[in-house]
Each structure stands twice: as structure tokens, then as C-alpha cells.
Design a binder for this molecule. Structure first.
Ligand SMILES: Nc1nc2c(ncn2[C@@H]2O[C@H](COP(=O)(O)OP(=O)(O)OP(=O)(O)O)[C@@H](O)[C@H]2O)c(=O)[nH]1
Length: 305
């Protein structure tokens, strides 16, 4: 039973592409909810993940990275980020440390403050991620700079990858979580349906297995998810997905010589989907070409943007 000192609320994680937002959410939840790849802009839609302990429940909203919109898809991604700020009780504004060109990007920090944080009217917890890449001195100088520039509710340096300062981050959020009862049951990990995670897993494998523009041009739609085990436990669940690309050449790359590349993609995705849902599945992937889908409003809408 939650105690009277229980806290619950929504925290949005916002920052540039590749800052480590998804890594942080996965580390806090101790499971892999958001896809993580070394390539920027892998997260396209907002993803919720729910953290629980005896004192608090935090519903984290992971967001697509903030960048200059180059096409309609990016505009839709940025709208998803704006929405999460509106829903947040507290915002985790993440800035990644880097090894080259100074410890962090001050220009981006200014943009984040002017275009996103100032107007949100929400308490800000400034988080420098990737603290493993810089010295302690660089960390405290960066923290002092942001304290002065943003006047946030709290500032701290963490390493999502190495698990450094994560309990401290949770404590920094606590004062801003307004509810004294949990919103979700203790075993709920996300508010998104299984289907969503299935498409995200396939998207992640595309990012990991293919080079150049193919991952950015690919979208995954789950056309059918038939839970056949319920009637007959010996039958595998059937999952049929379309992988949408923009050009025929991309389709050829996805399929590969004698279908070898597509086979590899299917195997990698199936293994992880089975881990996620805890049952064997039969995964079918169909590659479809939809020219310029990232620029077309109606297609974007039909893919959930
Ligand atoms: N050295 C170091 N690398 C990290 C840390 N956290 C994340 N990374 C790496 O940074 C890369 C990007 O991580 P993500 O979690 O996908 O970043 P993101 O901000 O969600 O990226 P987008 O999907 O582009 O918005 C991955 O290669 C991570 O392994 C950290 O604390 N230290």
C-alpha cells in the first residue's frame, strides 16, 4: 500500500538526438523499452515507461531528439515532443557531454532554453549525461554554467550507460511529482501496447543491420498480431508486418542477395520479440514501397504520426 509520503507524476526527457535519453529510460526501468542505437534520431514517437519503487511512481515520457525539421516527418516528431512537455510535471532537460569541441554544446543549450524550456512553465531538472566522457572538473564547471544560464530546479551529471547518479536523479524529480497515489499497477512497465514495441524492435534491427539512408527511410507497421496460443498453446503467435520504404532500391537493399538480408533481419527481430512477449512467434515481413512517405501528411498520419 502506498504510504502518505508517496509521490507520483509525469517526467519528460528532452534533449538533442543521441543524448542518451532512451538509454536513461531503459536504465531507470531496468529493462529495454526504448530502442537504442549509435545512430541519431532513432526515437520517432513518444514512448512511456513507468518506474516504480516504494516511495514513488514516475511515468517517463521519452521523446524524439530535438533538431531542425528537414521534412514533414521531423515536424511530426517535434510535435510529439511539444505534447510531452505539456503533459509533464517536471522536465528532464538532457545535455550530453562530449570529448571533442568542449565538454558540451553551449549553442544547443541556449536553443533548448529559449525555444523549449522557458515557454513550458514547468520545473526543469538539468541533466548532463555521459559523465564518463569528461573529468569531474569539467562536470562541475558545466553544472555551474547551466545553473547560472537556466536557473533550473536542480542540476546533475549522470552516466545512463554506467548507471552513475541515477538514484540522485530520481530524488531530484520527487519534489515535483504531485500525486500521492500510484496511477498504474506495480507491474505496468509502459502505457504503450505490445504491438508498438514489436514495430520498434524491428525498426531498431533495421538501424543496426543496414547502413546509410535505409533506416531513416524505413517505417514498420504491424498489420496483424494474432495471438494463436490462447486457443491452442502449441501454436505460435502470428505477427505480420509491413516495412515501408521510399524507393525500390531501398527495397532491394532490405531484401538483399537471395533474400539473405531480410532473413537476417527477421531472425534478429523475432528473437527479441519472443523475449518481449515470452512466447514463440511466427514473424512475416513484407517490404512495401511508398514513394516519399516521410513528406506525405496522410501517410504519416496512417503510420501514427
Ligand atoms: N559514453 C556514454 N555513452 C552513452 C551514455 N548514454 C548513452 N550513450 C550512448 O549514446 C548513444 C545514443 O543513445 P540513445 O539512448 O539512443 O540516445 P537518444 O537521446 O535516445 O537518441 P535519439 O533516438 O536520437 O533521440 C548510444 O550509442 C548509447 O550507448 C553514457 O552515459 N555514456
Amino acid at each position: 500500500m502506498p504510504s502518505s509520503s508517496f509521490s507520483c507524476g509525469f517526467a519528460s526527457i528532452i534533449g538533442p538526438p543521441n543524448a542518451g535519453k532512451s538509454t536513461l529510460m531503459n536504465a531507470l526501468l531496468d529493462c529495454k523499452l526504448s530502442i537504442v542505437t549509435p545512430k541519431p534520431q532513432t526515437t520517432r514517437k513518444r514512448i512511456t515507461g513507468i518506474y516504480h519503487d516504494k516511495q514513488m511512481q514516475v511515468v517517463f515520457l521519452d521523446t524524439p531528439g530535438i533538431m531542425e525539421p528537414m521534412q514533414k516527418l521531423h515536424e511530426a516528431m517535434l510535435l510529439a515532443t511539444r505534447d510531452t512537455l505539456r503533459d509533464a510535471d517536471v522536465i528532464i532537460a538532457m545535455l550530453p557531454f562530449r570529448k571533442k569541441e568542449g565538454p558540451f554544446d553551449r549553442d544547443f543549450a541556449a536553443t533548448l532554453q529559449n525555444d523549449w524550456l522557458k515557454t513550458s512553465g514547468k520545473p526543469i531538472v538539468a541533466v548532463f549525461n555521459k559523465s564518463d566522457l569528461v573529468t569531474l572538473k569539467e562536470q562541475s564547471e558545466a553544472e555551474a554554467f547551466i545553473r547560472e544560464a537556466w536557473n533550473p530546479a536542480a542540476v546533475l551529471s549522470i552516466s545512463a550507460l554506467k548507471g552513475v547518479n541515477l538514484p540522485e536523479l530520481l530524488e531530484a524529480l520527487r519534489p515535483f511529482l504531485p500525486m500521492n497515489q500510484p496511477l498504474y499497477p506495480e507491474d505496468a512497465l509502459s502505457t504503450a501496447p505490445e504491438r508498438f514495441f514489436v514495430s520498434e524492435i524491428i525498426r531498431e534491427k533495421i538501424f543496426l543491420l543496414y547502413g546509410r539512408e535505409v533506416p531513416y527511410s524505413a517505417e514498420v507497421v504491424v498489420d496483424e498480431f494474432r495471438e494463436q496460443h490462447e486457443n491452442d498453446p502449441s501454436r505460435k503467435d502470428l505477427i505480420r508486418c509491413s516495412v515501408i520504404v521510399e524507393r525500390d532500391t531501398q527495397k532491394q537493399i532490405l531484401i538483399g542477395h537471395k533474400g539473405q538480408a531480410l532473413k537476417k533481419l527477421g531472425q534478429a527481430a523475432r528473437t527479441e520479440i519472443e523475449e518481449l512477449i515470452g512466447r514463440p512467434v511466427f514473424l512475416e515481413l513484407f517490404i512495401k514501397v511508398r514513394p516519399d512517405w516521410r513528406k506525405k501528411h496522410t501517410l504519416l498520419k496512417s503510420y501514427g504520426y
